[in-house]
Design a protein around this ligand. Structure first.
Ligand code: ADP
Ligand code: MG
Length: 402
């Protein structure tokens, strides 16, 4: 990676301020962490730093407290889980800035890990306030950004702070940028984008950016209904983005111009309601009844997509192929996940739900790379510069450490 990484900076006995993305999903009722992948994904950087005898100060946001203290969004629960997987104590600070925190930091020993309180308890985090960034910077001698999932935000702890400390990327950030970068720079061909999920609007600029690089675009999930509508099929009660029908038409024209094979479902699973008790049937896309909705792709579509995917050497997958949260509607998602897991191709998974589906099937380790960034990975593949990455100094430019 052209940016400075944690290996390029002296960290021994230094206070290393690490921005991580520990914005983990919490159970609505119990408040327990339902998926700790984001915590585990940051372990290589944290373990490297403790082994190098750095003083590790972690900072993260959790949820959307919108500038106020929200008791349920304190990072204590995250610190406890981190402590378990790390196998060492993780102290939690009462806040993320201020003299109490500065005093705590001053007593840290080499190899200690301290977790600052939720950054978003301060409104200045999201507004990218310079004095808040400076107050954070005072806590460390070095800044490391390992929060790829937040790298598309120009927040105080993500980009602004990099002006005030020697800065570098963590290992997760490095891996994300390298893997997603390979997709944009020199993907082995044939290259397929397998797209599903709820909405087209999230994915338009990514699709536009990769259209001249891909050989196939395969559309499933809720998105497919808008494309089918654009081709004048009846889609019944399916999830539709009415204002995206024209965009879908434009994308299909663009695909044709770029000689991209844009594949849509030929058959679908429709249901009368979104529940496990629903009446379901498998039908060709020509025959969708007015009172039904698309909930998954059909077997012929799974087989069409599979045949094309087997030929590919690079596959980027974003968005589940159906309402996979309901087991009966998870077949398309599961079948394609299994197929990808068995391929030699470079397989890159982006998007929170897609990553969750793949990891629930125990297949995450069989993919080339599962991105921890939903929005960030889409923005990256849209060709946008991510503030959190841009703010890091280039490798050749080595600053003196204070
Ligand atoms: P990701 O988080 O992987 O980026 P999205 O956020 O784009 O994916 O979409 C995930 C959501 O899309 C899931 O909650 C899933 O239920 C929904 N979805 C998939 N297929 C359909 C469909 N046919 N109709 C409605 N929603 C769908
Ligand atoms: Mg999502």
């Amino acid at each position: 990676m052209p940016k400075m990484t944690v290996k390029d900076v002296e960290v021994k006995d230094r206070r290393v301020l690490v921005r991580v993305d520990f914005n983990v999903p919490l159970d609505e009722k119990t408040g327990e962490i339902t998926d700790d992948n984001r915590i585990r994904a940051a372990l290589p950087t944290i373990q490297y730093l403790t082994r190098q005898r750095a003083k590790v100060i972690l900072m993260s946001h959790l949820g959307r407290p919108k500038g106020k203290v929200v008791e349920d969004l304190r990072l204590g629960i995250v610190a406890r889980r981190l402590s378990e997987v790390l196998g060492q104590p993780v102290t939690v600070a009462p806040d993320c800035v201020g003299s109490d925190v500065e005093n705590m930091v001053a007593t840290m020993k080499a190899g200690d890990v301290l977790m600052l309180e939720n950054l978003r308890f301060h409104v200045e985090e999201e507004t990218g306030d310079a004095s808040f960034a400076k107050a954070l910077a005072r806590l460390g001698n070095v800044y490391v950004n390992d929060a790829f999932g937040t790298a598309h935000r120009a927040h105080a702890s993500v980009s602004v702070i990099a002006q005030y400390l020697p800065a570098a990327a963590g290992f997760l950030m490095e891996k994300e940028v390298e893997n997603l970068g390979r997709i944009l720079e020199n993907p082995a061909q044939p290259f397929a984008a397998l797209l599903g999920g709820a909405k087209i609007s999230d994915k338009v600029s990514m699709l536009e950016n990769i259209m001249d690089k891909v050989d196939y675009v395969m559309v499933g999930g809720g998105m497919a209904a808008t494309f089918l509508q654009a081709r004048s099929y009846e889609v019944g009660q399916s999830l539709i983005e009415t204002d995206m029908v024209e965009t879908a038409k434009r994308l299909m024209e663009l695909a044709q111009k770029e000689k991209v094979n844009l594949m849509l479902p030929v058959d679908v699973v429709v249901a009368d309601e979104v529940s496990n008790e629903a009446q379901v049937e498998i039908i060709p896309v020509e025959n969708i009844p007015k009172e039904k909705r698309i909930v998954d792709m059909g077997p012929q579509t799974i087989s069409n997509f599979s045949r094309a995917l087997r030929r590919c050497r690079t596959i980027f997958w974003n968005g589940p192929m159906g309402i996979f949260e309901i087991p009966r509607f998870a077949r398309g998602t599961q079948e394609l996940a299994k197929l990808l897991a068995g391929l030699e191709a470079m397989t890159v998974i982006g998007g929170g739900s897609t990553a969750e589906a793949v990891s629930d099937l125990g297949l995450a380790g069989k993919m080339t790379f599962v991105s921890t960034g939903g929005g960030a990975s889409l923005e990256f593949l849209s060709g946008d510069k991510l503030p959190g990455v841009e703010a890091l100094p280039d490798r050749k430019w080595e600053r003196e450490i204070d």
